[in-house]
Design a protein around this ligand. Structure first.
Ligand SMILES: C[S@@+](CC[C@H](N)C(=O)[O-])C[C@H]1O[C@@H](n2cnc3c(N)ncnc32)[C@H](O)[C@@H]1O
Length: 542
């Protein structure tokens, strides 16, 4: 009898000690959480959670509700800390454990919804926020919750329809926060490419400016790099940080790991499997990837070498950034888009998203391509640039020009002459004459004119050579048909309209707006597009 009493006393003491320890751990973890010391708070919460789970198995039934409540809250808080460290997979596991205990736990549902929103899983996030609405706590913080609900609904709709519009931001002169896009995949499919490896193809006819896809970065690294000498070093530091962020994401998230493992590391690209495009859909549940292709550090580095892209100058301009701005990032789906010197798509960077749109009208079945480097350059210069990208360009324009140059020395002579100071008008005149002699087809004239853009785009040319060279409109049309819209070609058209002092025709303004859509994508409000083109003050004469 006395022995049992002693045992009971001992048990009671142990229980009290455990409770005391739990209380201490809980306070310490909460304090660390409030101080935003995420890793440390995760450690202490983990100790608390282990102890609590152990205690639940030992305790009396009347103690259980209290312990379950504490466990649920601790899991929820650990999820919050893990999500702050971008460890979304583990954070989601914690949320699910907490929701097993209390299916409408407000804090957990908000935390899970935010994580899913971050992962672009809009429908699932919406379900979380809607369930959170059912919790009595929802009334007290309805403003925050309503904000998430509205945002989620908007992004979910956008990811289904691609209805993304920058108009307001443009009209505000890019001063306000950029609009938040949602991930979106338009009328595209993935197939083996005639250029190299896999590529993306249009499944429908698309007008210039049509949205092709919006893709969120796995990681980006951005900075201002002032001064030439600092550039290389600073770029190296940024590259290192960027690669580390990608490796961290791969280690933490099996989906990221799966998606990145579909990318080319530069080896046997033509033999690579074509992944299901559904794998890349924002709400895809399909993680299907093979574990055999484990991503070690050296493979990740090779993948990044082949697939990372630098945010180009247009994006910097659109984002209102200065010319010292440098940004590098990895956008998985966009990485399947091959380069072509006759591209039909362009990319724009807004926040962490890359937005790809058609830069000219595209026919169903055409491969979608964008320029990895400036294609308004002669063949030799382009060859040099593609070499730095680690490939020899296999596009139709390069093949055509290489063949023509081997047949007709004249092309090389004009190029050399122009480089050595030949007047731009003389260069254009000789090229136009040459194309007539060499029987170059209309379509291919645009290829060569794009190669000699430096001459065609020269201001002096238009003034001094007048009628002896083709009209600016037909040059522009043929170049745009070949290489899509380009901001420099657009500028030439806009300048001409401005010089017309309001006497421009509807056709001219419409042509400029179409070119503008090709450069910037569809900016819905006409007024926004006009101000983007610098035409805001000029009203057409209709
Ligand atoms: C970002 S990936 C493009 C997708 C790649 N084709 C794939 O299957 O994963 C870049 C690589 O594609 C190939 N590539 C892209 N454009 C090319 C072109 N115009 N000519 C030759 N190879 C090209 C090069 O091997 C390059 O390193």
């Amino acid at each position: 009898m006395r022995e049992t009493q002693q045992q009971q006393q001992q048990q009671q003491q142990q229980l009290e000690m455990a409770e005391e320890l739990m209380q201490q751990l809980r306070s310490k973890a909460t304090e660390l959480l409030l101080r935003e010391e995420w890793s440390e708070s995760i450690q202490v919460y983990s100790q608390f959670i282990n102890l609590c789970q152990h205690h639940i198995n030992e305790t009396t039934p009347d103690n259980l509700p209290k312990l379950h409540k504490s466990l649920c809250l601790a899991l929820s808080n650990r999820a919050e800390a893990r999500s702050r460290l971008r460890d979304y997979a583990q954070a989601l596991k914690d949320c699910d454990e907490a929701l097993k205990i209390e299916s409408t736990h407000f804090k957990t549902l908000i935390c899970k919804g935010k994580i899913l929103l971050n992962l672009n899983r809009y429908s699932m996030a919406l379900t979380c926020f809607r369930t959170a609405q059912l919790d009595p706590q929802a009334n007290g913080s309805s403003v925050g919750l309503n904000g998430y609900l509205q945002k989620c609904k908007k992004l979910e709709l956008m990811s289904k329809t691609g209805a993304f519009d920058m108009s307001e931001w443009v009209i505000n002169g890019f001063r306000a926060k950029p609009p938040e896009p949602a991930e979106y995949i338009g009328a595209v499919e993935m197939r083996k490419s005639g250029i190299r490896g896999r590529g993306l193809f249009a499944t429908k006819n698309m007008e210039a400016g049509s949205l092709v896809l919006i893709n969120k970065a796995v990681a980006t690294e951005r900075g201002i790099l002032p001064g030439q000498d600092l550039d290389e070093n600073a770029q190296l530091v940024m590259w290192k940080t960027f690669t580390e962020t990608v490796m961290d994401s791969v280690a933490k998230c099996s989906r990221t790991c799966g998606l990145i493992s579909t990318l080319s590391s530069g080896e046997d690209e033509d033999g690579l499997e074509v992944p299901e495009i559904n794998l890349f859909k924002p709400d895809s549940e399909h993680f299907g990837y093979s574990n055999e292709k484990k991503l070690d550090a050296s493979r990740i580095l090779s993948i990044l070498d082949v697939n990372s892209i630098v945010e180009d100058s247009i994006s910097s301009k659109v984002l209102g950034k200065n010319s010292d701005y440098y940004g590098v990032g990895l956008w998985v789906l966009a990485s399947f888009i091959n380069h072509s010197c006759i591209p039909n798509a362009r990319r724009l960077h807004v926040g962490d998203y890359v937005i790809v749109h058609a830069s000219r009208d595209v026919k169903a079945g055409e491969e979608l391509t964008f320029a990895y480097f400036d294609v308004l350059n002669p063949l030799e210069k382009r060859n040099e640039m593609s070499k730095t990208w680690g490939f020899r360009c296999n596009c139709r324009r390069c093949k055509f020009e290489a063949e023509l140059c081997s047949r007709q020395e004249g092309v090389g002579e004009i190029e050399m002459g122009f480089e050595r100071g030949m007047d731009s008008g003389a260069a254009v005149y000789r090229l136009e004459e040459g194309m007539r002699k060499w029987k170059v087809k209309e379509k291919e004239k645009g290829y060569l004119r794009a190669s000699f853009w430096a001459a065609y785009g020269s201001e002096k040319l238009m003034r001094s050579w007048g009628r002896r060279i083709p009209m600016m409109e037909s040059v522009v049309d043929s170049i745009v048909e070949a290489v899509g819209s380009d901001e420099r070609v657009l500028k030439m058209v806009v300048e001409k309209i401005k010089k017309g002092n309001g006497g421009s025709s509807v056709v001219e303004i419409e042509r400029a707006l179409k070119l503008g859509r090709g450069v910037y994508g569809k900016v819905m409000k006409k007024q926004a597009m006009k101000s983007l083109l610098g035409l805001g003050i000029l009203e057409p004469s209709y």
